[in-house]
Write a protein that binds this ligand. Sequence first.
Ligand SMILES: C[S@@+](CC[C@H](N)C(=O)[O-])C[C@H]1O[C@@H](n2cnc3c(N)ncnc32)[C@H](O)[C@@H]1O
Length: 236
Amino acid sequence: MLRPRAMCKRWIDALDSNPLLGLQLCMSIKTPDLDAAYGLQSPEDNRQLYAEWAGDYDDGFAAREDYQLPAHTARAFVAAGGQGPVLDVGAGTGLCGAILAGLGVGPIDAADISAEMLERAMRKDIYRDAIETDLNQGIPAPRESYSGIVSSGTFTHGHLGPEVFPALLRVARPGAQFAISINARHFEEKGFDLALRRMAQGQIENLKLPQVRIYGDLAAGPHKDDLAYIALFEKS
Ligand SMILES: C[S@@+](CC[C@H](N)C(=O)[O-])C[C@H]1O[C@@H](n2cnc3c(N)ncnc32)[C@H](O)[C@@H]1O
């Protein structure tokens, strides 16, 4: 798929030779959306899409779709007794961190592959540190740095799978509370059940999997009824 910068170059070239075709190309440029995000194939795709989406993510997508998952995740973390220091995994623009901070949890660090999303998160003045990393490659933080790990909306189609869990466990202290949201269909498709059961044999305890609606009553898009699990557990 051509990204807007490449599309614009084609538009300018086309405009030179055929104004009508140029206009049609211009109108085909789309803002990133959920379907584009679910169709991503690689970390590099994620980096590119979220570079474009960062500026509009909160006021566009999150507001329009009445996006509730960050609040569900933060509240579940606190209800389970979670405390700082916390790592927000795939923090994006900081929607989950903002709710956590409002509930009195801190300090919170943000990890994300997208410099642009992290830049938006840091503007909210709630995070101690921003860690730009591809989570598939690990987390550049010392072992056992965190008493809590949260993640909202990042374990989903086209993003992260259960293979990232060992990196999360490495930076968590013994007893650390996890609250990791996982899109329900992605959960079935990517074998999260098996991965969590294996971890429950010595690496984690008190596993619970409540289900929540990702979007609120104001959502109208095709994903308005999508569900997520919130994997709540403690590191052994
Ligand atoms: C749907 S957004 C969720 C953001 C935020 N947690 C929320 O609930 O609004 C997914 C985030 O995961 C990040 N992401 C995707 N793939 C990643 C990877 N391989 N490593 C780190 N972050 C990644 C994206 O940059 C994006 O900020």
